[in-house]
Design a protein around this ligand. Structure first.
Ligand SMILES: Nc1ncnc2c1ncn2[C@@H]1O[C@H](COP(=O)(O)OP(=O)(O)OP(=O)(O)O)[C@@H](O)[C@H]1O
Ligand SMILES: O=c1[nH]c(=O)c2[nH+]cn([C@@H]3O[C@H](COP(=O)(O)O)[C@@H](O)[C@H]3O)c2[nH]1
Ligand SMILES: NC(=O)CC[C@H](N)C(=O)O
Ligand SMILES: [Mg+2]
Length: 527
């Protein structure tokens, strides 16, 4: 753990949909934050020496038998606390106040009146639009606290006790719909808890570089480089830390989009000057995927084959250099990956979360991994990675790129992955990307997976003849960090052009459909 990560702000997760979002907002205030499960014992929480605690929302009601409670002793430890929604109610209960179902439910935009000479609401308008999502309310604030906000349905919508450093709000300051939300969080962090902001890109880079040096020592390092944002920034960090010990390895697994290999081999190398090796592993991946249709199985196979490829590449690199310089005979001990916090969380590695899907670089790793992993970005969100990349001078064309998953088109063919199907999907994807770029929409959307429903056929008519082809799904999404997403309302003219071109130009496809599902309940990728 680095010095900047000491004394984190811990978000205690009571089963909120978006506990991660709270941590992200805290980091936007330049303070390091992590999520911990609500049932972590107080001693364990306090052993992390938190600078403050934020209690998240949650689906339960505090007065119900078996409802999640604050760990015993947590509130008494003298650590500043902010309760949000369920966390506010749980805190109320623990401090001797009262929570009940009043019949006054509030969902969505709600008008609140706040006390502006309070710690949380100073320097803000007295009338605020806040985002509510609750059916229970605090009916009596705990003794010693001052009520600092109310709404029509909720007389006790916030309270604080600056002496004990406990604060709470019924609404959700972490969502953008709460107009002063970020200010409220910052007031809590700075004035309430007295924390200075030190989690800035410059500081983070210094610490990560130092951490990489300490971890890898003199050893040789390879970096799994996709040309995407995360691995490019990870490579730039490692290059800065131990430049001449590093070789980047790009795997062409046959699941890439049109033009991708050339882009990495020429543009990326030209822009960064890294030492790059490309491995052609198309047959290896396609053979391993033959006959497989289950998404998790496909992901695990891809994860395994990636690692087998890196192992072979490491052996080749060492063999190629042996004799050149005696020091180079060290086998490669370290593998750098551009793993991010959301990859870890979704793969079930986060605090008390379910496995949604095994990301190839986390849950999809084989058990007999021969490398030590170097993952400098493992605790970071995408926007933080972009900020660090810019600070490091990574070109904007790379830093601003839309994400593309490591398993590539393999998880965008619903059904078995074959060379023919890849050909079809690659052609459709190239058209969609071309038209979105031409329409100037690249910065508006987070990414737009193009998906081939390979086991579905529908009847069409083309050139007076009957066709029986496959549908292509367009999945344009808007997102801040891929943890949640909304479907992007693309202009009809653009959709029309994409649809016409795909059905005209791509054999096998006679229908284009649009995915209008947010995340949740859908994920961004179909598998
Ligand atoms: N074709 C590839 N060759 C080598 N490594 C890869 C390849 N695809 C993915 N990886 C590795 O897996 C990691 C995770 O992939 P992921 O797509 O999340 O990140 P990225 O490609 O670096 O960035 P982005 O999210 O912008 O696409 C990468 O950071 C990289 O280390
Ligand atoms: O490198 C990756 N390896 C994977 O296995 C993987 N699965 C999903 N993604 C990307 O992660 C983000 C969230 O995707 P989902 O909503 O589908 O989980 C989106 O940006 C996805 O493109 C992956 N990236
Ligand atoms: N979003 C929440 O945290 C809800 C808390 C509690 N379940 C209520 O309805 O009031
Ligand atoms: Mg990628």
């Amino acid at each position: 753990m680095s010095a900047l990560q000491e004394n984190p702000v811990l978000v205690v997760d009571f089963g909120a949909q978006y506990a991660q979002l709270i941590a992200r907002r805290v980091r936007e205030a330049d303070v390091y934050s992590e999520v911990v499960p609500h049932d972590m014992p107080a001693a364990e929480v306090l052993a992390k020496r938190p600078a403050a605690l934020i209690l998240s929302g949650g689906p339960s009601s505090v007065y119900v038998e078996g409802a999640p409670r604050l760990a015993e002793g947590l509130l008494e430890a003298g650590v500043p606390v902010l309760g949000i929604c369920y966390g506010f109610q749980a805190m109320t209960q623990a401090l001797g106040g009262e929570v009940a179902k009043t019949g006054q439910r509030e969902y969505g935009h709600t008008a609140a009146r706040v006390v502006t000479d309070s710690v949380l609401f100073a320097e803000q308008p007295a009338d605020q639009s806040v985002w509510m999502s609750h059916g229970d309310s605090v009916t009596r604030a705990p003794e010693g606290t001052t009520v600092t906000a109310s709404t029509e349905g909720t007389p006790v919508a916030a309270f604080e006790d600056h002496e004990r450093r406990v604060y709470g709000v019924q609404w959700h300051p972490e969502v953008l719909h709460s107009a002063q939300g970020q200010q409220v969080l910052e007031r809590f962090l700075r004035q309430g808890a007295g924390i200075e902001g030190r989690w800035t890109p410059g500081h983070v880079i210094d610490e990560l570089v130092e951490g990489i040096r300490a971890q890898v020592g003199e050893g040789r390092v390879i970096c799994a480089l996709s040309g995407g944002v995360d691995s490019s920034v990870a490579a730039a960090l490692v290059q800065k830390a131990v430049g001449d010990q590093l070789t980047c390895v790009f795997v062409d697994h046959g699941l890439l989009r049109a033009g991708e290999r050339e882009q990495v081999e020429t543009d990326f190398v030209a822009a960064t000057g890294v030492d790059l090796v490309t491995v052609d592993a198309v047959d290896q991946f396609l053979d391993a995927l033959a006959g497989q249709t289950d998404p998790e199985t496909k992901r695990k196979i891809i994860g395994r084959e990636f690692i087998r490829t890196f192992e072979q590449a490491a052996r080749d690199i060492v063999a190629g250099r042996a004799g050149e310089n005696a020091d180079d005979e060290h086998p490669v001990k370290w593998l750098v990956q551009g793993t991010l916090y959301p990859d870890v969380v979704e793969s079930g590695g986060g605090a008390g979360t379910a496995t949604i899907k095994s990301h190839h670089n986390v849950g999809g790793l084989p058990d007999d991994l021969q490398f030590g992993l170097v993952e400098p970005l493992r605790m970071l969100f995408k926007d933080e990675v972009r900020a660090i990349g810019r600070e490091l001078g990574v070109p904007e064309a790379i830093v601003a790129r839309q994400p593309f998953p490591g398993p590539g088109l393999g998880i965008r063919i619903i059904g078995e992955v074959t060379a023919d199907r890849l050909e079809t999907l690659r052609a459709a994807d190239a058209i969609a990307r071309e038209e979105l770029t031409a329409a100037g929409l690249d910065d508006t959307i987070w990414q737009c997976p193009v998906v081939l429903l390979a086991d579905v056929r529908s009847v069409g008519v083309q050139g007076d003849g009957r066709t029986y082809g496959h549908p292509i799904v367009l999945r344009p999404v808007s997102s801040e960090d891929a943890m949640t997403a909304d479907w992007t309302r693309l202009p009809y003219e653009v959709l029309e052009r994409i649809s016409t071109r795909i059905t005209n130009e791509v054999d096998e496809v006679n229908r284009v459909v649009l995915d209008v599902t947010s995340k949740p309940p859908g994920t961004i990728e179909w598998e």
